[in-house]
Ligand binder design. Structure first.
Ligand code: ADE
Length: 242
């Protein structure tokens, strides 16, 4: 998968080359390009924003600079990419979004400041390529950079050969619509707290049932909204008995 990011803070994207993502780049599972939006300015001040039409606080990012940047970055492949615009005003980014994007050959992230990019940039791009405005949560960041890091990590770990153990992606919270329950490792007793007996029983059916129950309990307490959205067939008889 190819990933390009356009931003006024290229240094903010340095973690893309660290840890898991760095390994994925080394192994050629993903290739990453980070581009400084100011490279497409033409004035001495290298201005990327201007005051909003209609008044109000904050600044809006200029369409001419973004237009040239996206023409060049998105026009550099045989097929146009999927263009992602992180914004608190976007549709929610979820695990489902990450799974869907992980099948794409090429993603381009356009990081704007939170007041936004002139809407015509997004509308015009959408006439030439798939475009999604997405939010990573109901809070406001300074710009799209950290949201991009979050989304790239969520997508990259789903790509074949990126995670050491592919089964860990399959057991994720959300992959069955529930939160994951608690995990334990050695020692058997730590600060007078024993590991639950069932996990040391060797009874695989009992362990699976216990894990399922802990996932249901946790989801019920922490994210009742997820249980409400679960399709009826996702719960078996024993689940419902709880
Ligand atoms: N930019 C600022 N806040 C954001 C958010 N919550 N999600 C995505 N992009 C953003």
């Amino acid at each position: 998968m190819r990933i390009d990011v356009v931003t006024i803070f290229p240094e903010y994207l340095a973690p893309l080359r660290a840890a898991l993502l760095g390994k994925a780049i080394e192994r050629e599972k993903i290739s990453v390009g980070v581009h400084d939006l100011r490279d497409w300015t033409h004035d001495v001040h290298r201005a990327v924003d201007d005051s909003p039409y209609g008044g109000g606080p904050g600044m809006v990012m200029k369409p001419d600079v973004w237009g040239e940047a996206l023409d060049e970055v998105c026009g550099s492949g045989p097929q146009p990419p999927r263009l992602i615009v992180p914004t608190p005003a976007g549709r929610p980014f979820t695990q489902r979004t990450a799974v869907r994007w992980s099948a794409e050959p090429w993603l381009v992230f356009a990081c704007g400041r939170y007041e936004g990019i002139d809407q015509r940039v997004v509308d015009e791009a959408a006439s030439r390529m798939p475009v999604e405005e997405v939010s990573i949560g109901d809070y406001v960041l300074v710009g799209g950079e950290v949201a991009t890091l979050t989304m790239v990590e969520a997508v990259a770990r789903l790509l074949p050969g990126v995670l050491g153990n592919p089964a860990s992606a399959e057991q994720d919270s959300f992959s069955d619509g529930l939160l994951e329950g608690p995990s334990y490792t050695r020692p058997e007793v730590w600060r007078e707290r024993p590991v639950p007996d069932v996990l040391r029983s060797g009874n695989h059916a009992a362990i699976a049932r216990w894990r399922r129950d802990r996932a249901l309990d946790r989801t019920y307490r922490r994210r009742p909204d997820l249980l409400e959205r679960l399709p009826a067939e996702a719960l078996d008889k024993k689940d419902r008995a709880r």
